[in-house]
Design a protein. Structure first.
Ligand code: KG4
Ligand code: ZN
Length: 339
């Protein structure tokens, strides 16, 4: 079965073709970094407009790369939420238009389910496992019991981990997106010279909180510019900040895995591309007998291959869903688990 996936939830326009037997045939991604860089963050209005400009070309590129024509597509899958509504609407409407024109089923996919299943684009991890989604909008811990069966253990109470990377990068005058910039800058820094807080709102709770850490960096920078403290380099500050974020993520994920008797952890979402996080999670996991799994960086950040896969799994669970797409709407805060 050939699936065309579409992802436009934030600022990446992506289209992918996957074959249920052979895997990924194409995964084309166009970022909008140059558009948003000067604002230090995504400008929703501009993001939506960029998706409109790019979507057809990106879908065509994916078809060309996969060497398939639209008529050969058996199933369409598009991100329905959560995300920026103006961005989501572009992908949802592109999906609806194609489904109607081709008379093919269309599945609306939860973006978070895409991230949770991205690991299956490259390897099989047996159920159940612990999943940590760390992205620009989310920092969530789930038990993944099966395809479509997820239990939320905890989430951030304020900023998402990726958001804190982006905000601290902005404070340091680095580019956007902030995560890769902080990672690059931190490479020449010493992660031990400043002890930023490791926020754990409550040892028993599986929730996160990153706004205090962000404030600690801001306060440090203010004191630094008024000459009240040692003038550490931006590389040191970036390294110490990154060390604090990754310490918190690793210790909470390990705690959650142990509490739930899980010996596999999957780390996914944009921040999972961070090599300090990958190294630390793998090392600490080894000490505790917990294996750490990460999608390749290109599958960690937003991509349509994960949406095509999640759409295919959802369709296989309930093929009827594919015919009810006229009611499909973009939902900015779409919950992963319906109550
Ligand atoms: O999953 P994603 O592409 O989009 C959302 O669903 O939010 O994640 C984007 C986030 C941004 O905050 C970005 O700064 C962060 O992931 N990110 C990173 C790295 N690459 C992307 N954070 C830390 N280190 C990285 N290498
Ligand atoms: Zn994402």
């Amino acid at each position: 079965m050939l699936v065309l996936g579409i992802e436009t939830s934030c600022d990446d326009t992506s289209a992918a073709i996957i074959d249920s037997e052979e895997g990924i045939l194409a995964n084309v991604i166009a970022n909008q970094n140059s558009v948003h860089a000067k604002y230090g963050g995504v400008v929703p209005e501009l993001a939506g407009r960029c998706h409109i400009e790019n979507i057809h070309e990106i879908i065509n590129k994916a078809l060309l790369k996969a060497k398939v024509s639209l008529e050969n597509i058996d199933l369409l899958a598009t991100t329905q939420g959560p995300g920026l509504v103006g961005s989501l609407l572009v992908g949802v409407n592109a999906g609806k238009g194609l489904a109607f024109a081709l008379d093919k089923p269309l599945i609306g996919v939860n973006h978070l389910e895409g991230h949770l299943l991205a690991i299956f684009l490259q390897e099989t991890v047996s159920f159940p496992f612990l999943a940590l989604i760390v992205s620009g909008g989310h920092t969530d811990l789930y038990i993944v019991k099966d395809f479509g069966n997820y239990e939320l253990l905890g989430r951030t109470r304020d900023d998402a981990a990726g958001e804190s990377f982006d905000k601290v990068a902005k404070m340091l005058g680095l580019g956007y997106p902030g995560g890769p910039e902080i990672e690059k800058t931190a490479m020449t820094g010493n992660p031990t010279v400043i002890k930023f807080p490791r926020p754990m709102p409550n040892k028993k709770s599986m929730d996160f909180s990153f706004s205090g850490l962000k404030t600690a960096v801001r306060t440090h920078l203010e004191k630094r510019s008024s000459g009240k403290i040692d003038k550490f380099s931006f590389a040191d500050i970036a390294a110490c900040f990154q060390d604090a974020v990754t310490d918190v993520l690793v210790s909470k994920a390990m705690l959650a895995a142990q509490d739930n008797n899980l010996d596999r952890v999957v780390v996914t979402g944009g921040v999972a591309a961070n090599s300090d996080l990958r190294l630390k999670m793998t090392k600490v996991g080894k000490e505790k007998g917990i294996s750490a799994h990460f999608p390749k960086p290109v599958f960690c950040t937003d991509n349509a291959a994960m949406i095509a896969l999640a759409g295919l799994k959802k369709y296989q669970r309930n093929p009827d869903l594919g015919n009810n797409y006229f009611e499909l709407d973009a939902v900015a805060n779409l919950p992963l688990i319906e109550h």
